[in-house]
Design a protein around this ligand. Sequence first.
Ligand code: F6R
Length: 603
Amino acid sequence: MCGIVGMIANENVCEVLLKGLERLEYRGYDSAGIYLANQEERSLVKAQGPIKTLTQKITPTMNGTVGIGHTRWATHGIPSEANAHPHRSEHGKVVLVHNGVIENYQELKATYLKETKLIGETDTEVIVNVIEHFIETEGLDVKAAFKKVLTEIKGSYAFALIDPTDPTHFYAAKHKSPLLIGCGTNFHLVGSDALAMIHQTNELIELQDGEFVTLTTDSIQIETLDGKTIQRAPFRAQIDNDSIDKGTYPFYMLKEIEEQPLVMRRLQQKYLAPSGESLISDTLIQKIAASDRLYIVACGTSYHAGLAAKTTLERWTNIPVEVHVASEFGYHMPLLTAKPFFIFLSQSGETADSRQVLVKINQQNLPSLTITNVPGSTLAREANDALLLEAGPEIAVASTKAYTAQITLLTILADAVARQKGLVEQLPKNLSQALSLVEEQMTQIVEEKEIIHQIVNDFLPTTRNAFFIGRGIDYAVALEAALKLKEISYIQAEGFAAGELKHGTIALIETGTPVIGLITDDATASHTRGNLEEVRSRGAKTIVLTKKSLAQTTDRFILPDAPDYLMSLIAILPLQLLAYYASFERGYDVDKPRNLAKSVTVE
Ligand code: F6R
């Protein structure tokens, strides 16, 4: 949610900042801006819309040896140039970018800014002016004024600040929103994530909550707000610069869908021995095995991954599993069992809704594990244990490979816990081999993607709504398929339990409404086919996705046969492609759907 990049160097930083902003665009793309300064000149450029609109406004003569850039996902105030960051204070003493939400900005404004003329509606503009207020009224220098404001702020922030009169220093601070420092020879950077800086350096330092940093071209001084110096060694980010390029793909989403077989391989290699034995730490497995209930907490697609994995976890481990939407769970917590174990699923590891639950769980000293794609992310750091999805950077806003990686890792975990408890009867002989099969089947589905493209052309070109129905795990997959379709194609899509449709929702079926039936469950296949007949006789256009052993001649997409516990991994692929082509055919920016951002760091 919003992306920040900043740099101080001995040469012009403009290009590096723009490249960083492009890499951060997945975090928000309502508007963007850049501020550059050197001893002689200063430039502030902002644009409503994506980074390319900003780039078009940059002239070749713009120059700065220190600079900050920002890409925004609006929280306070509409997307507009006035609300775009960087924000310059009224008298130009300081320039600021911000990611996060300042909860008490109205109070700060009422207390300190009675005389100040604000241009936009953002909390950030209030903060930059309060800093200037302290400089002007209390005679503080920029650093002291910035620190003083930080002690008065309630909320979350990653800030980067420039004093236009002193391009040799650069300031940043963080609380609850992510911020990393990038280290180089004769330059330093800050960025919301490693992607923003990896084209310059992979030597990074993590800034922690409540810390403040002063950067020059050759020094890094980290301190707490009360002035205690912190020494922290850099770590090397394991991100391959090539893995964040689109290559020849028109959109990241298609690339990421097609990477799923590779992710299956990486998960096998990291977490399973060739014999099928788990390589996850015994201590973690023992902790899970000792629990009397698993609480999976997540949002959106990650929540759907939890739903898809629940059956396997319960069947194999014999531990009941509850899957909860994080934003609901934290404030309306159900009665917990005596020995709960919490699993947080989060691609980004930064989701504020999930984090607020983890904070409460930690206050009660309850055991937790985060499963995430981002090493060192907030949820990974703050849970007792963390396991990585190994999916590689996921840049398209619509999550695809992280979803299948989450289900896979939960399946590996279920297998390990069941073995720990001696419950081996229902387990596959060798999970590693089973995942190799999934890898092959996913590759086969990707090769058949034109069949899905044709289905989109036949059934979805102009529709305003669509339904996905299924039973059991197919229902969980139907929920995810509907989310994918609605978020990138803006078709109003809903996933339903097939049997539930007739209890109300069937009233929405009109002539031509597409209803996509997902049928991979032997026990309920005939029931779902019956439900499809019910909607067809009311005018719906039905499309069946099924597996080979259940296929009938009119079915449109045939999945390979696989054991039940792997079916969700295979079944979602054509449905991700369906959403992709629906968005593509409507001419949308598939990777950057409207109103959304990749990393949702506000509640
Ligand atoms: C949808 C999507 C979102 C995320 C949700 C949680 O394609 O990506 O629904 O799944 O915002 O994000 P994470 O997994 O980062 O916690």
